[in-house]
Design a protein around this ligand. Structure first.
Ligand code: SF4
Ligand code: FES
Length: 254
């Protein structure tokens, strides 16, 4: 039998980027514990629509933990308290009848609030534009096995490539640093031979862009690693630092 719970939500409401926001309190009754957190907000919003009230704005797309669009701070934790879980995969069975749940947007100077729980995360795209790609010389399709790569390296590159760009690492970090995101994007390319030709340019470009965009510095708090829904390791930050130092040495010599 489906279990239902009654909850109270304290939700950040803010109409526009340039107006002051604040928490509002809503009661939601008969919430199925089989619902995801986003489905619970859908139910609340359906009632708001019927009542002629402004629905709560929030970001989402795939609802399968792969696109990186969802992201809300739930009870002070980015994507909620469940380890390795995106908000769209967080289920209401992790909450109890009578709970009060505090719901806020990502808080970072680099992610201005657009409305309610929706923030502008395009700063992460700007970091990617600064070097998170490889140049492809067109021609015949390359044989997938033409460049043998050791299994251990492939696994590390694939683990780094699991980053979905959600921004939870920035929201969780006391310095609002984007180091884990940038490190994942640099690592997924730097580890593979195809990423080596532009590795130095990439490391310098992406790190400089990250600094320009109001992200803070990494002080090894490890909150990013703890809150990342894809469990990206901070070993990638050490790799980013090595890549950045090597790139700086190359640019000094040349
Ligand atoms: S490193 Fe993790 S928390 Fe940060 S953007 Fe990527 S998936 Fe999200
Ligand atoms: S909606 Fe795509 S990861 Fe959550």
């Amino acid at each position: 039998m489906t279990k239902t719970i009654d909850i109270t939500l304290r939700v950040w409401r803010q109409n526009r980027p340039d107006v002051k926001g604040g928490f509002e309190i809503y009661h939601a009754a008969n919430i199925s514990t089989d619902m995801s957190f986003l489905e619970m907000i859908d139910v609340v919003n359906e009632q708001f629509t019927l009542d002629g009230k402004d629905p709560i704005a929030f970001d989402h797309d795939c609802r399968e933990g792969i696109c990186g669009m969802c992201g809300i701070v739930v009870n002070g934790r980015a994507h909620g308290a469940e380890k390795g879980t995106t908000l769209c995969q967080l289920h209401m069975r992790h909450f109890s009848n009578g709970d009060t749940i505090v719901v806020e947007p990502w808080r970072s100077r680099a992610f201005p609030i657009i409305k309610d729980l929706v923030v502008d995360r395009s700063a992460l795209d700007t970091i990617i534009q600064a070097g998170g790609y490889i140049s492809v010389n067109t021609g015949g399709a390359a044989d997938a096995n033409a460049i043998p790569i050791p299994e251990e390296i492939v696994e590390k590159a694939m683990d780094a490539a699991a980053c979905i760009g959600c921004g939870a690492c920035v929201a969780a970090c006391p310095n609002a640093s984007a180091m884990l995101f940038t490190a994942a994007k640099i690592s997924q390319l730097a580890l593979l031979p195809q990423g080596r030709p532009e590795a130095a340019e990439r490391a310098l470009g992406m790190v400089r862009k990250m600094e320009e965009l109001y992200f803070g510095n990494c002080t090894n708090e490890r909150e990013c690693e703890a809150e990342c829904p894809k469990e990206i390791s901070i070993a990638n930050i050490a790799r980013l630092n090595r890549e950045f130092i090597k790139a700086g040495l190359i640019s000094t010599v040349m």
